[in-house]
Design a protein around this ligand. Structure first.
Ligand code: PLP
Length: 493
């Protein structure tokens, strides 16, 4: 029996957690309804475990994990901030959570009003007049937007425009979305200061370019100060400017993408506007567009008529449906509650504090860790392990040692243009005391890298799962845990 047995290891034939009621004899049985070949011939092999053991099993597993509710979680690019519980209350209100997605429009007026107002608020925040809430994640928003750009090229008879420009610091979803949408990608180099190199952009622009995807602030945590020129260059060449809005937490209420020339963007509501995020979802990636792109937005659109709000799908230029029903509606409720609770002034305060916190960490750690770009940062700061690497310590070792000291590691080895990157995003929701404790831990690790490097190479030593051979774990995963020993009575409950 392993130290942390799986439910399958705890299983004993005949043991039950809950007894389902006997089937109603007056109703046809499942066996009467299904064809013989669809009936299971053998028992399913599900674990047979007492309810108490099951509860203890999952409670123990949940306590082995790090989460934003238990630990500081400075995972750069992911904006892992505290999510106010009140938004959970709003999303679980039966008026929202019990609505059937196939209700008629006239039975959905409350929900549609919320969606419509959220669209208006995101339009105001982005500076772009039209919004669709349909995409279910950032990458999905990218894909929907690129499909719209493709549809626009088709409509204008510009099929030769089949290239999208992407800076070398971009998130991996950007080129993937381009490829899925049927575009080729062309790389744009970053300059010495981490922003887009305008000469590289000028060289890459041509009649085959449909759009450029930028992230602003970019994934190095730096604002693209040449954004006006970038947008002019693209528009003069007949191409569009797409903005990956995953980093909106840095600019809420301070500047608006629509005002600096962006034609289409996505939000990551699950980063910027509440919603517990991590572990793979769920997400929400609304898109905001100019008047010119509005006809191509996915259906259904919410329209106001004399009878109230309606869902309209009669839109000949639309790229069609990208998601069943209304997108990830619970996340939309959380985002609405989050924006309303803050109001315009406080939204700006969110970004100001997120930027201040990142620069505080930058300042406290700049002697101990190498800074690849020596400019003030926005909401996240990218260090490297260059100084520690001389002694054989890598970013991975620093990240693993942080786990021992009680912190979720920052993002490492991203963006790809920075060697040994350590990307720290504190967000606005952390107290100065937490930031100080985290900085002390990072300074301690920098000292340990010199005095006791083996400690870092062995880390984490305090966790159930110690240092993994990560390549082997991916290439030869062991997904079952065969157990020969019998568990003791105490273990099986
Ligand atoms: C800059 C950037 N763009 C796009 C994405 C993709 O968003 P999602 O994970 O919601 O698909 C991410 C996600 O981490 C990101 O950081």
């Amino acid at each position: 029996m392993s130290e942390h047995p799986t439910l399958f290891e705890l299983s004993r034939p005949g043991r039950r957690g809950a007894e389902p009621p006997e089937p109603d004899a007056s109703l046809p049985s499942l066996a009467d309804c299904l064809a013989e070949e669809n009936l299971r011939q053998e028992p399913s092999g599900l674990p047979e475990v007492a309810e108490s053991s099951t509860v203890r099993h999952y409670t123990r597993l949940s306590s082995l994990n790090m989460s934003i509710d238990t630990n500081f979680y400075p995972l750069g690019s992911c904006t892992m901030k505290y999510n106010p519980r009140i938004n959970e209350v709003a999303a679980s209100d039966p008026g929202f959570s019990h609505v059937h997605p196939l209700c008629e429009d006239n039975e959905l007026q409350g929900y549609l009003e919320l969606f419509s107002r959220l669209e208006e608020m995101l339009a105001e925040i982005s500076g772009l007049p039209h919004v669709s809430l349909q995409p279910a994640a950032g990458a999905h928003g990218e894909l929907a937007s690129l499909m719209m750009i493709k549809a626009r090229c088709r409509e204008r008879g510009e099929l030769e425009r089949d290239v999208v420009l992407i800076p070398d610091s971009a998130h991996g979803t950007n080129p993937s979305s381009c490829t899925i949408a049927g575009f080729k990608t062309r790389n744009i180099n970053s300059g010495e200061d981490g922003t887009i190199d305008l000469d590289s952009l000028r060289e890459a622009l041509g009649p085959d370019v449909a759009a450029m995807m930028i992230t602003n602030p970019n994934t190095l945590g730096i604002f693209e100060s040449g954004i006006d020129e970038i947008s002019s260059l693209l528009h003069e060449a007949g191409a569009l400017l797409y903005m990956d809005g995953a980093n909106m937490n840095a600019i809420l209420g301070i500047t608006r993408p629509g005002d600096f020339g962006v034609d289409v963007m996505h939000f990551n509501l699950h980063k910027t506007m509440s919603t517990p995020h991590g572990g793979g979802g769920p997400g929400s990636g609304p898109i905001a567009v100019t008047d010119e792109l509005e006809p191509y937005l996915p259906v259904p659109r919410i329209v106001r008529s004399e009878d109230g709000l309606e869902l309209c799908s009669d839109r000949p230029l639309s790229i069609g449906k990208v998601r069943s029903f209304f997108g990830n509606s619970g996340i939309l409720v959380r985002a609405y509650a989050f924006i309303r609770a803050h109001g315009p002034e406080e939204l700006r305060g969110i970004s100001e504090h997120a930027v201040l916190n990142a620069n505080y960490i930058r300042h406290r750690l700049e002697q101990a860790y190498h800074l690849p770009y020596d400019t003030p940062c926005m909401h996240e700061v990218v260090f490297t392990a260059k100084k520690q690497k001389a002694g054989g310590i890598r970013a991975l070792d620093i990240a693993k040692r942080l786990i021992d000291l009680g912190y979720h590691p920052p993002t490492i080895y991203f963006p790809l243009v920075v060697h040994e990157a350590l990307m720290i995003e504190p967000t606005e929701t952390e107290t100065p005391e937490t930031l100080d404790r985290f900085c002390e831990a990072m300074l301690q690790i920098a000292r340990e890298a010199e005095e006791n490097p083996d400690l870092l190479k062995a880390a984490p030593v305090t966790q159930v799962v110690k240092r993994l051979d990560e390549v082997n774990a991916v290439k030869t995963p062991i997904l079952t845990c065969p157990c020969d020993e019998q568990p003791s009575e105490a273990e099986t409950g």
